[in-house]
Design a protein around this ligand. Structure first.
Ligand code: FCB
Length: 477
């Protein structure tokens, strides 16, 4: 292994039999607009909260911004050809709201929409199914200035934007997801402040989460009305949450974090209610007075699929007894009301993000959503890992990323065998890109990007994934 920081167990393929996936399984890769497009001021695009945030000193590692990123805006046709070379059946991308509706209200920007029309046409010409995400975190800055997601009006603005994109692309895009990972938008954006817009207020984070879901429900209604045959869904990031010990106090910590991370979204979206224990946990933070009659019915508007992003597991323990408890409003946290819960590491191999590698957690997550919540088709809309890569003789041999994919695809197959209607899998990510607060310091791509020259080099994992797609499954080892 080329890097001494790599944990020893990673990079080794599991022993396993040949595993073939169901016919028609949708094999794809994912990206997001701000992470790859660049061209931040071109074609009528105006700033989003991520432009403002990344240009604010101290917010992103090394002061990196998405101004240029992978320059995908200018290199799109070549990038689509590269996807075709890799045999991708589907490509999940996001539309930049401030590119197609500068400022976040008013008429569409034709030049911005044209970019996505060309992208979708290019994909279709190469036999690649476009999978469109409407919101991957790039809220137009004027909407943040007007209150952002904690303000109810933003939900309505989002539905208007959804309508405008449906009018332009609805004739050629079948698969639509409204939001990507509303937990991150709400709790990292407005709770801990680690993500744009960088605000820290527990009550605002809870309100943001609600209005994101309300915007989702309104957008689904708008899309359904204008495009009855579209497949509509949302993408949530889920984690199994495990107590660190048998101690009932640790079990309670796990219940609380599961409430905030998972059930805060799954219950309203798929059951039309907030979990009572979560509402009780948040009592000191908010009285949920922002929830109006009918909101939960709107949020639970029927969908056609659920997208799940899976990366790791949370293992948690009760707060240390006697530790000084900060009142929630003084401790910026992405876990409002439960900010003293301890996150425990188990010493298992981790990725370059320090996220524990836990493929069985994917089986648990998929089974849970299916068995406890819904019969809808499920898709893994993101799964992947950052590792420190190296170019040697023009090649990148990312054995550990390849092993991560292999282990998680075996887990996905296990879930299917257990009866989960899993219909597709999107690797995160097609290529290295702007990893939010980590800038360009974390590489998740199957394709290496040289940020000075914009040269693309498919890594070993990309070649391996192409073979997985070709055989519709994994070879035996
Ligand atoms: C997810 C995001 C995606 C990427 C991966 C690593 O939370 O949706 O944009 O940053 O994590």
């Amino acid at each position: 292994m080329s890097n001494p920081n790599h944990p020893p167990a990673v990079g080794v393929l599991e022993q396993g039999p040949e595993l073939i996936f169901p016919p028609g399984f949708l094999w794809g890769a994912a990206t997001a607009a701000y992470q790859i497009e660049g061209a931040a001021t071109e074609g009528g695009r105006t700033p989003s909260i991520w432009d403002t945030f990344s240009h604010t000193e101290g917010r992103v590692v090394n002061g990196h911004t998405g101004d240029v990123a992978c320059d995908h805006y200018h290199r799109m046709p070549d990038d689509v050809r590269m996807m075709a070379d890799l045999g991708l059946r589907s490509y999940r991308f996001s539309v930049a709201w401030p590119r197609v509706q500068p400022g976040g209200s008013g008429p569409a920007n034709t030049e911005g929409l044209d970019f996505y029309r060309r992208l979708v046409d290019e994909l279709l010409n190469h036999g690649i199914e476009p999978w469109l995400t409407l919101y991957h975190w790039d809220l137009p800055q004027p909407l943040e200035d007007a209150g952002g997601w904690p303000a109810r009006d933003t939900a309505g603005r989002f539905a208007d934007y959804a309508q405008l994109v449906a009018d332009a692309l609805g004739d050629r895009v079948t698969y639509w997801t409204t939001l990507n990972e509303p937990w991150c938008s709400a709790f990292l954006g407005y709770g801990s402040g680690a993500h744009a817009p960088g605000r820290s207020d527990g009550a605002d984070a809870v309100r943001a989460g609600h209005h994101l879901m309300l915007g989702h429900g309104l957008a689904v209604q708008a899309l359904r009305a204008s495009r009855p045959s579209a497949q509509l869904g949302v993408t949530v990031n889920l984690y199994p949450v495990t107590p660190a010990s048998d101690d009932p106090a640790d079990a309670d910590a796990a219940r609380r974090i599961d409430g905030l991370a998972n059930r805060f979204f799954l219950d309203p979206l798929l059951r039309g209610s907030y979990p009572a224990d979560l509402v009780a946990d948040l009592k000191q933070v908010t009285d949920f007075g922002h929830v109006q009659d009918g909101d939960l019915t709107t949020i639970a508007t029927p969908m056609d699929l659920v997208g799940i992003n899976y990366y790791s597991r949370h293992v948690v323990a009760a707060p240390v007894e006697g530790a000084q408890q900060e009142p929630y409003w003084r401790a910026p946290s992405c876990w409002p009301g439960s900010q003293d819960v301890r996150f425990v590491t188990r010493g298992v191999p981790v990725t370059d993000m320090n996220w524990e590698i836990d493929a069985p957690g994917l089986v648990e997550t998929l089974r849970r959503v299916h068995e406890e919540y819904t019969d809808l088709p499920l898709y893994v809309t993101e799964n992947g890992s950052a590792f420190v890569d190296e170019v040697v003789d023009g090649k990148v041999d990312d054995a550990d990323r390849l092993a991560y994919f292999d282990a998680h695809l075996r887990a996905a197959h296990e879930a299917i065998t257990a009866g989960v209607p899993l219909r597709g899998y999107f690797a995160w990510s097609l290529m290295d890109n702007f990893e939010w607060a980590w800038g360009y310091t974390k590489r998740f791509g199957m394709v290496w990007i040289d940020y000075d020259t914009q040269i693309r080099i498919p890594k070993s994992s990309a070649r391996w994934y192409a073979e997985v797609i070709r055989r519709n499954g994994l070879a035996g080892q």
